[in-house]
Design a protein around this ligand. Sequence first.
Ligand SMILES: *[C@@H]1O[C@H](CO)[C@@H](O)[C@H](O)[C@H]1NC(C)=O
Ligand SMILES: *[C@@H]1O[C@H](CO)[C@@H](O)[C@H](O)[C@H]1NC(C)=O
Ligand SMILES: *[C@@H]1O[C@H](CO)[C@@H](O)[C@H](O)[C@H]1NC(C)=O
Ligand SMILES: *[C@@H]1O[C@H](CO)[C@@H](O)[C@H](O)[C@H]1NC(C)=O
Ligand SMILES: *[C@@H]1O[C@H](CO)[C@@H](O)[C@H](O)[C@H]1NC(C)=O
Ligand SMILES: *[C@@H]1O[C@H](CO)[C@@H](O)[C@H](O)[C@H]1NC(C)=O
Ligand SMILES: *[C@@H]1O[C@H](CO)[C@@H](O)[C@H](O)[C@H]1NC(C)=O
Length: 342
Amino acid sequence: MDSHRKLIPFLLLFLIQLLSSGAEARHLLRFRARKLFVFGDSYVDTGNTMKADSSAWKDPYGETFPGKPAGRFSDGRVLTDYIAKYLRVKSPSPVPYQLRESKPEHVKYGMNFAFGGTGVFNTSSPYPNLTVQIDFFRQLIKIKVYPETDLNGSVALVSVAGNDYSYYLHTNGSIQGFQSFVASVINQTTRNLIRINELGVKKILVSGLQPLGCFPQITFTSSFQQCNSTFNALVDIHNTLLNQAVAKLNQLAKDNSTFIVLDLYDSFMSVLKHMSLKPCCVGVSSGFSCASADDNNVKKYSVCDAPKSAFFWDLLHPTQAGWHAVYNKLRKTTALQQLHYH
Ligand SMILES: *[C@@H]1O[C@H](CO)[C@@H](O)[C@H](O)[C@H]1NC(C)=O
Ligand SMILES: *[C@@H]1O[C@H](CO)[C@@H](O)[C@H](O)[C@H]1NC(C)=O
Ligand SMILES: *[C@@H]1O[C@H](CO)[C@@H](O)[C@H](O)[C@H]1NC(C)=O
Ligand SMILES: *[C@@H]1O[C@H](CO)[C@@H](O)[C@H](O)[C@H]1NC(C)=O
Ligand SMILES: *[C@@H]1O[C@H](CO)[C@@H](O)[C@H](O)[C@H]1NC(C)=O
Ligand SMILES: *[C@@H]1O[C@H](CO)[C@@H](O)[C@H](O)[C@H]1NC(C)=O
Ligand SMILES: *[C@@H]1O[C@H](CO)[C@@H](O)[C@H](O)[C@H]1NC(C)=O
């Protein structure tokens, strides 16, 4: 009897949920990805960089979630966390590769190989580029941490190229050379996507490039008033070529939902229409940035009163609120639906 009484509220709750959001509930009933594998940069890294040299492991990063610095480049959740939630992988977010031994029970739900600062090519970051990240994955398949047959029903999330372009513009900067550099970035990205597919992952989500011209790093020259259209035009070249390359890959795969582009450009832009371009966490003066401290460990940054109302956390990364808003836009596109295995 007692057990019945306990069960009824649960059933009721379930029914209410079913009725109140039919689409959501159908999604929940139909779909659960087995594993999520993540590759790329700080947009998706959830803890692979080292504590000693990474702002993501310093205050005030992580203050919203999980409540202290924990290796995410934001005040809270990042793109990975929202995609994992959508896919309903059992573990809340895939365990970072570097922390796999401390959380062995989570390894079976997938893994995060992304390192902040990296690109498809070498950048100024000391961390492994995309090729090497995929090598780590291949090695774990080889030693049967992930037997190949076990990858059925798994999904890969790949976020790249932002750092390749920052590095290019810093070290070379030639606008004339830009087109051909984009072509080589796309070529290298394509090879990497093919490799992930050949390792056995049949659904691969690759993010399009975000509107770099709207980022605080660029817009500070206009006091965060407007996006720089020159930079956004360069981003557009990358995204056009990426979409073409992905269409070709799907033709080769004979399945137009194997490789899927996640359109960060449009989703960022439509959220930014309603939000300020001003970052929440900044250095107190030039030479300092979010998480900076002086030699006496006195903090040299300031944080806005309401990170919830800011889109940008620092010069390069969205807040949790920003990512959440972007995720809500992405859910209205067909991209995420295509992750469902038939
Ligand atoms: C990636 O890094 C490895 C090892 O550091 C290096 O050998 C390789 O050339 C890099 N790949 C690309 C495409 O830059
Ligand atoms: C990438 O960096 C690694 C060292 O981190 C170096 O061994 C390798 O040659 C570099 N590759 C390219 C293509 O620059
Ligand atoms: C993978 O899953 C699909 C659909 O669930 C199934 O038809 C197929 O046989 C599976 N392949 C392997 C190698 O397990
Ligand atoms: C820099 O740009 C020039 C001109 O397009 C190009 O020839 C050169 O290979 C580029 N260098 C690097 C390191 O990308
Ligand atoms: C990348 O470029 C090389 C050399 O130009 C070419 O042979 C190869 O087919 C290209 N790969 C892809 C995936 O576009
Ligand atoms: C955009 O950035 C470029 C390069 O820094 C600069 O020359 C240009 O004036 C900027 N445009 C706007 C509209 O701010
Ligand atoms: C994929 O192909 C199917 C059948 O060929 C078509 O109905 C569908 O619209 C295509 N989807 C996309 C995203 O192109």
